[in-house]
Ligand binder design. Sequence first.
Ligand SMILES: [Zn+2]
Length: 345
Amino acid sequence: MENLDNFIKGMPKAELHVHVEGTLEPELKFQLAKRNNLDLPYESEDEMRAAYDFNDLTSFLKVYYEGMSVLLTEQDFYELTYAYLLKAHSQNVVYAEIFFDPQGHTSRGIAFDTVINGIRRAQIDAEKKYGIMTQLIMCFLRDMSSESAMETLEHSLPYKEWIIGVGLDSDERTNPPIKFKDVFERARRENFFLTMHCDVDQQDSTVHIWQTLNEIGVDRIDHGVNSLEDGVLCREIKDRNLTLTVCPISNGYVTESMKTAEIKAMLEKGMNVTVNSDDPAYFPGYMNENLIVTQRKAGLSKAQVVQLSANAFEGSWLADEDKAAFLRLLSEYVAWKYTFNILPK
Ligand SMILES: [Zn+2]
């Protein structure tokens, strides 16, 4: 099998599934805790990393929410976002759609405005300095009430121009998509794009994925790996041209495998599957590490690696002319580096 590590590192990439709060590296967590006079329950960055020993979604979420407690001021959110964008840029990520979890902060008494102003300022500065383009997706926490989600949606409306879509994350157990039907209907009326997490190997996974199609009418599915269990569902996802944002290293922590064979199976079915980093500070690995491990474990060809990147640009919520420009950049990279043409799907 050809070694494609360097090819992957140099390839222009888009990331569609990354939680900005999940990019909070231990080093920055310690810096922010110090600045905000907070005590962390760890002596050092290494000790903190060693405690990231998750075996399911619930054990991860506990540490994830604990970590958020150091984020208090607009400057904290700025530095968090800027650090991710710098890292993404260093890996040739040229475009990212970034999730943020406002309820994880408003529930601790931090104003919505503080959160979004800090993130937005970092987006603008990073684009100016490094050319990396980004858009924001606001996620609702599904283990909170639908009323709280609706309130959050209403709170976000003055910032509508800064938010491209809404999503749904956190603990899926007993919190099916349908619980948020009204909120997502309202979001649709406000012209947001819609996506939802359908986490891997959850109870009733395929039922939940069907709900996102039939009850919510999503534009994308985050994870959604279990769709492979239902041939009709796979066809439906393909017919609707829905993108799936799969996160292999993250899956490797919270389920029994990285699901790389499943990513390959989706590619072979012609589904618009993409590879993403999810919460890279907690499940160590940004875009390059996720793509490299997928390519190696599943034995993907160069054409399949390029397809994963093309899928992400095609599945993005960019305007058509921006999508076309990024796809041109990708095909130029491939043609320049290796004589090879990307076939339109
Ligand atoms: Zn996620």
